[in-house]
Design a protein around this ligand. Structure first.
Ligand SMILES: Cc1cc2nc3c(=O)[nH]c(=O)nc-3n(C[C@H](O)[C@H](O)[C@H](O)COP(=O)(O)OP(=O)(O)OC[C@H]3O[C@@H](n4cnc5c(N)ncnc54)[C@H](O)[C@@H]3O)c2cc1C
Length: 297
């Protein structure tokens, strides 16, 4: 095996890198500072035969307590932005979504006001087609720069992706950068006011002071996962250091010292309880790398 390229470390504790603050060690952990370095790291991991996991801020991820026996690449060092033409902004994958909302508001570019209070990167948001207030980020994307191991990168038209509820069709490809098309000519103060309103509503109804991954489950068609969990009486239930949030039943919070296993067991408890009471199979939204059957790995 060739020695790792620049900016890859061995044995890195994932709980120190993800939003939930749980999880064991990654065998290798890369944090590229440029798109070229991202490509080198992906190609190196691929040539060495390691499972690859891409992360941004890890705000929709529950890493296993046993860690990840492969290469985790974190994009937060990739944060260049450029206005390409009026209404079109290009952003590298690791740019923070909240900062992007602020930037668009300042330019008077309408279209991102529903997305404050999501503590992720644009790469993570696009990969999972993040949504809020009935809007999906995919509706604002015009092109995505996708990278594949050993194959370089190319700009893909948004219309060639498979946008659905919390799904983009990007799957195992890597989001290197994104171009968004927004509507010019709005009043920055008005956009700021609307964004603040959305953010306040979120802060009033979601557990912002504690670590979580946002919604644990997807909404089943025509229903709200949170409402089902609340109706089932599980709000406030604890397991080890994890609790079904009092503020929002579709959040499980780390009250301090939770293990990923605590959270995973609470997820299973909710799932079987809701299934028993309402015959509804709740599907996980949180990504669980390193867990058996846990999603992307
Ligand atoms: C308090 C709170 C509120 C939230 N509110 C919302 C909300 O309103 N709406 C919503 O949709 N989500 C919400 N979330 C969940 C989460 O913040 C979003 O899904 C966010 O977009 C994830 O971004 P991230 O950078 O943290 O991605 P990560 O959690 O690091 O990764 C998520 C997934 O994206 C993949 N990924 C990340 N970056 C890349 C890349 N560059 N290339 C390829 N794949 C990549 C990962 O492999 C993983 O499968 C919330 C979370 C929290 C903690």
């Amino acid at each position: 095996m060739r020695s790792p390229p620049l900016n890859i470390q061995e044995s890195v504790l994932l709980r120190q890198r993800c939003w939930y603050q749980t999880g064991g060690e990654a065998r290798y952990f890369g944090r590229p500072g440029s798109l070229e370095e991202l490509q080198q790291q992906v190609d190196w991991g691929n040539a060495a035969g390691f499972p690859l996991f891409l992360m941004g801020h890890g705000s929709n991820v529950l890493f296993a307590d046993d860690g990840f026996d492969g290469l985790v690449i974190c994009t937060t060092g990739l944060k260049a932005t450029e206005v390409v033409e009026p209404g079109v902004i290009e952003v590298e994958a690791g740019f923070q979504l909240e900062k992007l909302v602020d930037q668009a508001n300042k330019l008077g570019w309408q279209g991102l006001e529903s997305f404050p209070g999501i503590p992720g990167t644009i790469g993570g948001a696009v990969w999972g087609n993040a949504g809020a207030g009935g809007e999906d980020i995919g509706d604002r994307v015009s092109e995505v720069l996708l990278l594949e191991p050993g194959q370089g990168r190319e700009w893909v038209d948004s219309r060639d992706l498979d946008w659905r509820y919390r799904y983009s069709g990007i799957e195992d490809r890597v989001v290197a950068a994104v171009r968004l098309r927004l509507n010019e000519g709005s009043d920055p103060q008005e956009l700021k006011r609307r964004t603040a309103e959305v953010e306040k509503r979120k802060r009033d109804t979601q557990p912002f002071a504690l670590r979580s991954c946002g919604c644990i489950f997807r909404n089943p068609p025509g229903q709200s996962a949170g409402a089902l969990i609340e109706k089932s009486g599980l709000k406030g239930t604890t397991l080890g250091g994890a609790r079904v949030s009092i503020e929002h039943a579709n959040f499980i919070v780390n009250e301090g010292g939770a293990t990923s296993r605590d959270i995973e067991q609470l997820i299973e408890r909710i799932r079987s309880h809701v299934k028993k009471l309402y015959s509804v199979d709740l599907e996980r939204e949180v990504i669980m790398p390193g867990h058996r059957g846990g999603g992307r790995s």
